[in-house]
Design a protein around this ligand. Structure first.
Ligand code: ADP
Length: 663
C-alpha cells in the first residue's frame, strides 16, 4: 500500500468518537480537530496525513485518486503541494461528499502552508544570522583550524544538533578522511571522538564525491554536506541528531551556502598559505644567495649552504663532491629527527645514473640501498650539482619534521636553491684557481728578484778587485802595456755598470726602494763624476751658473743616474758632451747633450722602458742592455723628478732631468 510507505515515526493516532481513526503529527491540534470533524461525516476507517516532503511521489495527483483501498486527496495551494490526505475507504464518496472533502483539504492546505511559510521565515532569519556569524568569523581569521572550529560550533548550535563534525581528506592516505573539527563529540571527555573514516561507499565517502547525503533512520537523522574549494571537495560537514529532525528546503539551502562560503574561505586560506610560503621561500633564497655571495672558497661555500639551509628549513642537508669515482661528503648539517647521519661516501656508479637521468630531482628514483644510506627512514631528495655541464656532486636533503613537505613545489624550490649553489660554486672554483695562479706567479717573481739581487751583489765585489789591480798595473807598468790594460779596465767597468743596473732593476721590481738623502751641491757633485769619466779623453764639458745649487738627494743612487746618462752620451756619440746645470725656481735641471746617433722619433718612449733599445743602436752594433734609462727613470721619479729626451736621428740627443730642490 503506497501511502503506508510514508508512515512517519512520530505520528499520533487520533480516534474519532465514531470510532474512525486518523493519524497526524501531534503538534497540530487545530488541524487534527478539523480533520476529525470532517471525517465524521464519511464512512471511513481512518486516514493519514502525508507530509509535503513525502508527497512528491504522488505529485501527479491533482483532484483525488483512489487506489488500493485508499483515497488520496492533495493538499494544494497555488504553486505548492503541502501534503496528501490518505483516507482508508473502498469506494469513492459521492459528489457532494467529495466536494466537501476538497473544501476541507483546501483549508487544511492553507493552514499547513501558512504554518510552513511562517516557520520557514523564522528559520531563514535564524540561519541567515548564522551565516553572517560564520562569515564574520571567517573574515577575521586566515587560519584553517580556527575557521573550521568556528563553523562546527555555530552550525551545531543553530541546528540544535547532537554533533557536528568536519572531515578532510587524509593527505597520507587519500582514501581516508580525518576529523578536522568537531563539536558535541566530547573530545577529551569521553571516547566518542570520531576517528579516521574509510571513505569507500560511506556517507562521508559519497559526500567527498560531491553529493549531499541525508539519512533518517539508524542512529538518528543526519546530513553530510560536501565543502567545495577550487572545484574539488576539500572537506565535508556531518550533522547528527539524536532527536527527530527532518531537513527541509531552507535547511538545505542554508547548509549549501555555508558549504560554499567555507569552501571560499578555505581556498583563500590556501592561497594565503601558498603566498606566505612562496614569499618565505623567496626570502630564504635571497638570504642564501647573499651569504653565498660573500663566501669565496669552495669548502666554505658548501658548509655555509648546508648550515643556512637546514637552519632555515626543517631539513638535514649533506653536500657531496665527486672525486675518483666516489661521492665524498664535503659538508653536512644534520637536524635532530632521530639523529640519522648520512653516509660519508657513496660509490658514484650506483647513483650516477639516477642523478643524470633525473635532472631536477633524484629523490625516489635512487636505488633503495643508497636511499637508506642517504636518508635513513626519512623522506629525502638528492639533487645533482652540475658545473659547466659536468656532474660535480650532489646534495642530499631529508625532512626532519613534516613528511608532507615534499610536494612538487617544494622540489622545485630545492632545485632552484641548488642552482644558486651551483652558481656560487662555479665562482668559488674560479676564485680558487685564480688564487693558485696568483700564488705561483708571486713565488716565481720573488725567486727571480732574489736571484737577480744576489747575482748583481756578488758580481760587484770581484770586479772591483780587478779594477783595483788594473789601476796598480797602469801605475807600475811601462806605457807600452797601457793599451791592453785600459781595455780590461773599460770592459770591467762596463761589467760593474751592468751589475749595478741589474741590482737597481731588481730593487725597483721588488716594490721600490728607500732613499738615503743628503744635501748635495749639484755643481760639485756633477763635476766630481765627470772628472772620473774624463780619464784620458776630457770629452765632457760642464756649464753652470755662478749660484750654487744645493739639492736634497740620495748621492749613491743619483750618481747611478748621472753616470748612466753620461756613459750613454759617450757611447752613442764620438764628439763633445755638454752638461748644463741650471736652477729654475724651486727646480734644478741637468741637461746632457751629445751630437751622436740620436734616437728615431717613433722610439723615444721605448728607450725609457725596461730592456728598451732603439733600432739604430742595435743596427750599429753598439752593446747595451736597455736597462740603464729604465732604472734612471725610476730613481728620478722616486726623487720626485722627471726625465725626458729631445732627440733627432743622426743629429744628437739632449736628456733633461728636472728635480725639486727640496724633497
Ligand atoms: P743601453 O745603453 O744599455 O742599451 P739604456 O737604457 O741606457 O740602455 O738606453 C736605452 C737605449 O736608449 C739605448 O739602447 C739607445 O738605443 C738609446 N740611447 C740612450 N742614450 C742615447 C744617446 N745618448 N744617444 C742615442 N741613443 C741613446
Amino acid at each position: 500500500m503506497t501511502a503506508l510507505v510514508f508512515a512517519e515515526q512520530e505520528m499520533l493516532s487520533a480516534t474519532a468518537p465514531s470510532g474512525a481513526g486518523f493519524s497526524l503529527r501531534g503538534r497540530r491540534p487545530e488541524l487534527q480537530r478539523l480533520l476529525l470533524h470532517a471525517l465524521e461525516r464519511f464512512p471511513v476507517e481512518g486516514g493519514f496525513y502525508v507530509p509535503r516532503e513525502r508527497a512528491s511521489v504522488l505529485a501527479g495527483v491533482t483532484e483525488y485518486h483512489l487506489s488500493h483501498g485508499m483515497l488520496f486527496i492533495p493538499l494544494e495551494v497555488p504553486d505548492a503541494i503541502e501534503g496528501l490526505l490518505a483516507i482508508e475507504t473502498d469506494e469513492l464518496p459521492g459528489a457532494a461528499e467529495l466536494r466537501h472533502l476538497r473544501g476541507f483539504a483546501d483549508i487544511a492546505a492553507w493552514s499547513l502552508h501558512q504554518e510552513r511559510t511562517a516557520k520557514a521565515a523564522q528559520r531563514e532569519a535564524k540561519q541567515s544570522t548564522l551565516l553572517a556569524l560564520i562569515n564574520e568569523r571567517m573574515r577575521k581569521s586566515l587560519d584553517r583550524a580556527q575557521i573550521l572550529n568556528a563553523v562546527v560550533e555555530d552550525v551545531r548550535h543553530a541546528f540544535g544538533a547532537a554533533t557536528c563534525v568536519i572531515y578532510g581528506r587524509d593527505p597520507a592516505r587519500p582514501e581516508h578522511a580525518l576529523v578536522l573539527a568537531s563539536a558535541g563529540t566530547g573530545i577529551g571527555v569521553d571516547a566518542d571522538l570520531p576517528g579516521p573514516v574509510e571513505l569507500g561507499d560511506s556517507e562521508i565517502g559519497r559526500a567527498f564525491e560531491g553529493s549531499t547525503v541525508r539519512h533518517d533512520g539508524g542512529a538518528g537523522p543526519g546530513i553530510v554536506v560536501p565543502f567545495f574549494s577550487d572545484g574539488r571537495v576539500e572537506s565535508a560537514l556531518a550533522l547528527h541528531f539524536t532527536r527527530p529532525y527532518s531537513f527541509d528546503d531552507v535547511d538545505l539551502v542554508m547548509l549549501r551556502s555555508i558549504a560554499f562560503h567555507v569552501g571560499l574561505a578555505l581556498s583563500n586560506v590556501r592561497l594565503f598559505e601558498l603566498e606566505r610560503m612562496r614569499r618565505g621561500r623567496a626570502e630564504l633564497i635571497e638570504r642564501v644567495v647573499r651569504i653565498l655571495r660573500d663566501t669565496q672558497y669552495v669548502d666554505e661555500v658548501l658548509l655555509v649552504f648546508a648550515v643556512t639551509t637546514s637552519h632555515e628549513l626543517p631539513v638535514a642537508c649533506a653536500v657531496y663532491g665527486i672525486e675518483n669515482g666516489t661521492a665524498e661528503r664535503k659538508a653536512m648539517r644534520v637536524r635532530k629527527a632521530g639523529d640519522f647521519e648520512p653516509v660519508s661516501a657513496v660509490d658514484v656508479t650506483t647513483i650516477e645514473d639516477a642523478l643524470r637521468r633525473d635532472e631536477t630531482i633524484a629523490g625516489e628514483s635512487l636505488p633503495l640501498a643508497i636511499r637508506e644510506r642517504l636518508f635513513g627512514e626519512n623522506e629525502g631528495l638528492a639533487i645533482p650539482l652540475q658545473i659547466d655541464g659536468n656532474l660535480w656532486g650532489m646534495i642530499a636533503f631529508y625532512v626532519t619534521e613534516r613528511p608532507s613537505y615534499w610536494d612538487d613545489e617544494a622540489r622545485q624550490f630545492f632545485r632552484s636553491l641548488c642552482v644558486h649553489l651551483e652558481l656560487s660554486l662555479t665562482t668559488a672554483l674560479g676564485f680558487e684557481r685564480i688564487q693558485q695562479l696568483a700564488r705561483a706567479l708571486r713565488e716565481s717573481s720573488e725567486f727571480k728578484d732574489d736571484l737577480l739581487a744576489m747575482l748583481a751583489h756578488d758580481y760587484k765585489g770581484p770586479l772591483t778587485v780587478v779594477l783595483g789591480y788594473c789601476d796598480l798595473l797602469l801605475e807600475t807598468l811601462p806605457a807600452e802595456f797601457h793599451g791592453e790594460i785600459e781595455t780590461i779596465y773599460a770592459q770591467t767597468q762596463r761589467l760593474v755598470r751592468l751589475s749595478e743596473d741589474a741590482l737597481a732593476l731588481a730593487q725597483t721590481q721588488a716594490g721600490g726602494f728607500s732613499l738615503d738623502r743628503a744635501a748635495v751641491d749639484l755643481t760639485e757633485f756633477v763635476e766630481e763624476h765627470i772628472a772620473a769619466l774624463n780619464r784620458g779623453s776630457a770629452r765632457i764639458r760642464v756649464e753652470s751658473g755662478e749660484v750654487p745649487i744645493s739639492i736634497w738627494l740620495d748621492p749613491q743612487r743619483f750618481a747611478h743616474v748621472l753616470e748612466n746618462l753620461l756613459q750613454n752620451a759617450l757611447k752613442y756619440s764620438t764628439g763633445e758632451v755638454l752638461v748644463r746645470l741650471a736652477r729654475d725656481g724651486d727646480r734644478a735641471t741637468i741637461e746632457v747633450t751629445d751630437r751622436g746617433i740620436g734616437i728615431p722619433e717613433a722610439e723615444i718612449a721605448t728607450v725609457f722602458a725596461r730592456f728598451g733599445r732603439a733600432t739604430n743602436a742595435r743596427r750599429k752594433g753598439i752593446g747595451g742592455s736597455g736597462v740603464g734609462l729604465y732604472v734612471a727613470r725610476k730613481i728620478v721619479e722616486v726623487h720626485g723628478g722627471t726625465i725626458s729626451v729631445v732627440s733627432k736621428e743622426n743629429e744628437g740627443s739632449t736628456f733633461t732631468i728636472s728635480l725639486p730642490v727640496q724633497p
